[in-house]
Design a protein around this ligand. Structure first.
Ligand code: A3P
Length: 309
């Protein structure tokens, strides 16, 4: 049994139908949408990573869109200077510039992209194609982590916007705590990437949304170095770093016409990706008891691993 065989056993996998209109299936300890599981199999069979690829990875609602924007603007700055008034990020949603690996129909298209390719995924580390995980053939991965309490609240709001909420906030919270949400459990998702970032720091960079908020410039420098395109002294002096930060800021992206309405190529409301940003919105939705419950679950998984919880 390999990842490529998942579709053959799909019907036999445990199913969860309460979370969204689309069923989740449990495989390898994680709950995934069926479309993602089919994507895992397709990627395992046909995706050929290149050593220059950069794969942006995240649990949903942890800053994926921001990371995509920052990485795209940084990697492509010689072709598209961040001050360009026709910069792709001003005319396209970040998700339409950096596609998801596990969304199956796009795989052939990725073959035709020039190197270095920038791709993204919500898949757990253990479900990435084995070629990506191998030291020799693998590519570089950037993971973005966020306080799961804020991620859960953000998920709630996005589902509400998409009118996919069948659950009350409390019910959804319970499911999140049971790991029964898209690519949940969140703490296992983060734990896998954390462990890999410790074992192979040259291949896996672990960023935190909260750090990125606190020191965007410093973290962007780290990201650029990791992607093999660190900023030169001249670029620093010319204010390129700051320009990228501003181009990708929540305020800027949120107020662009292209992000105010319509859906991404995958049919998700674009404005659902830009809400409040920041940290601590959980306290407006969770009781202290709820927060303590989730913190405890996360701590039990990640404590001792050195993960900065
Ligand atoms: P909130 O719902 O807490 O506001 P994802 O991109 O993984 O779906 O995550 C969405 C979360 O990131 C949302 O959080 C959203 O507001 C926030 N976000 C999106 N773009 C951002 C940016 N440029 N800077 C900071 N936060 C951003």
């Amino acid at each position: 049994m390999t990842l490529a065989n998942i579709p053959e056993i799909m019907e036999s996998l445990p199913v969860e139908t309460r979370f969204t209109e689309f069923p989740l299936r449990q495989y390898g300890g994680f709950w995934l949408l069926e479309v993602m599981l089919n994507g895992v199999a397709a990627a395992e069979t046909s995706f050929q990573p290149r050593p220059s690829d950069i794969l942006l990875s995240s649990f949903p609602k942890c800053g994926t869109t921001w990371l995509k924007a920052l990485a795209f603007a940084t990697l492509n700055r010689s072709t598209y200077p961040p001050s360009d008034e026709h910069h792709p990020l001003l005319e396209h949603n970040p998700h339409d510039l950096v596609g998801f690996l596990e969304i199956y129909p796009k795989l052939e298209l990725y073959e035709s992209l020039p190197s270095p390719r920038l791709l993204s995924t919500h898949l757990p580390y253990s479900m990435l194609p084995h070629r990506i995980r191998e030291q020799e053939t693998g590519c570089r991965l950037v993971y973005i982590y966020r306080d799961p309490k804020d991620a859960m609240v953000s998920m709630w709001h996005q589902n509400k916007k998409e009118k996919k909420n069948r659950l009350t906030f409390e019910e959804m919270f319970d499911m999140f705590c049971e790991g029964r949400c898209v690519v949940g459990p969140q703490w296992c998702h983060a734990g896998e990437y954390w462990d890999e970032s410790q074992a192979r720091p040259e291949k896996v960079l672990f960023l935190m949304y909260e750090d990125l908020l606190r020191d965007t410039v410093g973290n962007l420098r780290t990201l650029a170095e990791f992607m093999g395109c660190g900023f030169s002294r001249q670029e620093e002096d010319d204010g390129i770093v700051q320009q990228i930060v501003e181009l990708c800021s929540l305020n800027n992206l949120k107020n662009l016409n292209v992000n105010k309405s319509g859906t991404t190529l995958l049919g998700i409301s674009k404005d659902g990706f830009f809400r409040k940003g920041g940290t601590g919105d959980w306290s407006n939705h969770m009781s202290p008891e709820m927060a303590a419950r989730l913190d405890k679950i996360v701590k039990e998984r990640l404590e001792g691993s050195g993960h900065p919880i």
